[in-house]
Write a protein that binds this ligand. Structure first.
Ligand code: RFL
Ligand code: PHB
Length: 401
């Protein structure tokens, strides 16, 4: 027997994009059902993003989940970049008329959104298998899935594909209707999470002859560090000791002196990729977040882009239901892409500036040093980094046209 369910918006994926969309729609009185492939615990176990832009902070507030973020998140008015063994501070606040970022982990954002959804009694089907999207080229799309031995059919007005890079929604679009742009980098990031105080109270991005390193954090007592590693490395071959030793070799002596090491809580390797799908709307199905685009993590843009896609999408759907206007859904893809390409450009550029590229004769490293020397001693150069890092305003693309 198949259980039939009816909703206005079927959301595929309960990552930050899907959960935030569900919350924004709920607050506007629009029904949504979320279907997620894995369990809630599994979603919370993925250690990912750490830095929120102001627009994301505003959106989480708007969704009614800002309270713990403001209590526990760490506001950062700057970050540091190191090259040639010297540290330079990018004063975000001074360079962007007072803008800041917030260090608050994706795990916490997801946790807060899950709690709000549960408290409001909104339906989420976790551990769904065989999820399929149908008829999104008509006004009556459907989603079918199984949970245990039960079968479900979800009839809806719209499908929101918030199912990440490996999801089913983008894969269900006929190949002729979609164009994909991709760049895969010849290295990955090995990340380590530890309950040790961060080496510095702000983030430190390091360009070193041995490769990129990042000293990040989740709280005053929890650190997150990353090392650039070859794609052939396997996480099981990296002991904690080997990680700390390699990190030390990429830092200057003064920073090393303040480094507190400890056992890892989590270690993983992530490949680096730039990827964009055009368009992001296919009839009554929309893609949002990692389902539509991937950035290398160097600019800390992935989660923030997912949040702004969802902002545009929720506005468009609210306009559809409340004002009977299709203007928002018609312009959704173009508005998102204008913003996305700017963040893609920044993330690609920042990655290229800070990493060691295999098979380089040494000229790229010299170019990087010259560029860093220029940028960090030029007000215009530093301002450009700061303006992109804190995130362009939501209406930036519109204003610049
Ligand atoms: P997610 O988080 O991948 O969630 C998609 C959800 O969809 C589910 N799913 C399905 N559900 C039903 N049916 C199917 N067939 C399905 N297939 C998949 C998945 O199980 C999953 O739960 O995508 P979303 O919501 O778009 O969120 C995007 C962010 O997760 C991502 O962009 C960021 O984590 C990227 N990122 C960072 N972003 C930042 O803004 N700042 C950062 O500092 C930052 N650091 C990072 C990062 C990503 C990293 N990794 C590991 C990729 C650091 C790292 C190391
Ligand atoms: C993180 O803390 O996970 C993090 C911070 C900044 C980045 C990427 C990842 O640019």
């Amino acid at each position: 027997m198949t259980h039939s369910i009816r909703t206005q918006v079927a959301i595929i994926g309960a990552g930050p994009a899907g959960l935030l969309l569900g919350q924004l729609l709920h607050r506007a009185g629009i029904d949504a059902v979320i279907v997620e492939r894995v369990s809630g615990e599994y979603v919370l176990g993925r250690i990912r993003a750490g830095v929120l832009e102001q627009v994301t902070i505003d959106l989480l507030e708007e969704a009614g989940v800002g309270e713990r973020m403001h209590r526990e998140g760490l506001v950062h008015g700057g970050f540091e970049m190191m090259y040639g063994g010297l540290r330079h501070r990018i004063d975000l606040q001074a360079l962007t008329a007072g803008k800041k970022v917030m260090v608050y982990g994706q795990t916490e954002v997801t946790h807060d959104l899950m709690n709000a959804r549960r408290a409001a009694g909104l339906p989420t089907y976790y551990e769904a298998t065989d999820v399929q999207v149908h008829d999104f080229d008509t006004t009556h799309p459907r989603v079918t899935f199984k949970q245990g031995d039960q079968s479900f059919e979800l009839a809806c007005d719209f499908i929101a594909g918030c199912d990440g890079f490996h999801g089913v929604c983008r894969a269900s679009v006929p190949p002729g209707a979609i164009r994909e742009f991709e760049k895969v980098y010849p290295f990955g990031w090995l990340g380590l999470l530890a309950d040790t105080p961060p080496v510095h109270d702000e983030l430190l991005y390091v360009n070193s002859p041995r490769g990129f390193a990042l000293c990040s954090q989740r709280s005053k007592t929890r650190s997150r560090y990353y090392l650039q590693v070859p794609l052939t490395d396997r996480v099981q071959d990296w002991t904690d000791d080997a990680f700390w030793q390699e990190l030390r070799l990429r830092l200057d002596d003064a920073t090393c002196a303040g480094l507190v090491t400890g056992p890892s809580l989590e270690k993983s390797i992530a490949p680096l990729r730039s990827f964009v799908t055009e368009p992001m709307r296919f009839g009554r199905m929309f893609l949002a977040g990692d389902a539509a685009h991937i950035v290398p993590p160097t600019g800390a843009k992935g989660l923030n882009l997912a949040a702004t896609d969802v902002k545009y999408l929720s506005n468009a759907l609210i306009e559809f239901y409340q004002e009977h206007s299709e203007a928002g859904i018609d312009s959704y893809s173009a508005r998102c892409l204008r913003r996305i390409w700017k963040a893609e450009r920044f993330s690609w550029w920042f990655t290229t500036l800070m990493h060691r590229f295999p098979e380089d004769s040494g000229i790229t490293a010299r170019f990087q040093e010259a560029e860093l020397d220029y940028l960090l001693h030029s007000h215009a150069g530093s301002t450009s980094i700061a303006e992109n890092y804190v995130g362009l305003p939501l209406d930036f693309a519109e204003r610049s046209l």
